[in-house]
Design a protein around this ligand. Structure first.
Ligand SMILES: *[C@@H]1O[C@H](CO)[C@@H](O)[C@H](O)[C@H]1NC(C)=O
Length: 246
């Protein structure tokens, strides 16, 4: 009996996937408190869409999955840093602190100030030394994990209203992501020769301040690309008139 009920609930939830947008709190462009409305609407949407909606091609938001990303070597960290199969966890629990929107007939902008109590990133890494270094060569591969506490970030989506078969859709053309505050950033590496992994951790964590100014841009681009991919999947799932009616 128990098993039957579970199976039924499972099927019921799969079938209601396409109605998921009916669960979202929709805000009207004409709402004089549009930005406040969007604050709670977006927060709610992150929870409702957390595990993604395969039938609507909306990818998972918690975790956000990043197939691969490369951070280039710098003077402070002379390694090419390849990441694969990254899971970015914690995005269904973020706070939307502030929203700014500007929706025209042909373009739109949505700016979000967000804070995240706890974020965790896990995946595979490979670091390769590409510049001469005074220290030991710590080139290695394995798994990596890093955490952020009390993180604050600003995301700026700018896009166009486009027509598909006479129907208007919103499409983001450009996304800017900036780290506003980052506390207690710590990266750990697991590899076959753990002595190397530990030294890599010391190198990266020891120089966090310096790295923050040199390498952050490429991490910001990774987040911007991931956020744009997800937001565009949501926008492509329904006409603008449904998601943000006039
Ligand atoms: C990432 O998340 C997916 C789905 O939630 C899971 O199957 C996979 O094992 C995770 N990978 C890592 C590296 O944590």
């Amino acid at each position: 009996m128990h098993r039957f009920v579970l199976v039924f609930v499972f099927f019921a939830s799969v079938h209601s996937q396409t109605d998921i947008l009916g669960q979202l709190h929709i805000c009207k462009r004409s709402d004089p408190k549009l930005n406040d409305c969007l604050k709670s609407s977006i927060k709610g949407a992150l929870k409702i869409l957390a595990s993604g909606v395969p039938s609507l091609k909306i990818p998972s938001i918690d975790p956000i999955e990043v197939e691969r990303w490369t951070i280039h070597a710098s003077d402070v960290l002379p390694y090419e840093q390849y990441y694969e199969n990254l899971n970015l966890t914690g995005y269904s629990d973020i706070e939307i602190e502030d929203v700014y929107t500007n929706v025209g007939d042909e373009y739109f902008s949505i700016h979000l100030m967000c804070s995240a109590p706890k974020l965790l990133v896990q995946g595979d890494y490979a670091y390769y030394l590409v510049r001469p270094t005074k220290g030991e060569d710590l080139s290695s591969q394995g798994t990596v994990e890093y955490k952020y506490d009390a993180h604050k970030f600003f995301v700026k989506f700018d896009g166009d209203i486009i027509k598909k078969g006479g129907v208007e859709y919103s499409e983001i053309i450009r996304t800017d992501f900036s780290m506003v505050r980052l506390r207690s950033f710590e990266m750990t590496f697991q590899t076959d020769h753990q002595r190397i992994g530990d030294k890599l951790g010391e190198l990266v964590n020891g120089g966090t301040r310096k790295l923050a100014t040199i390498n952050m841009g490429e991490y910001e681009e990774m987040y911007a690309a991931a956020f744009q991919r997800i937001a565009n999947a949501v926008f492509a799932s329904n006409p603008s008139e449904k998601l943000l009616p006039k």
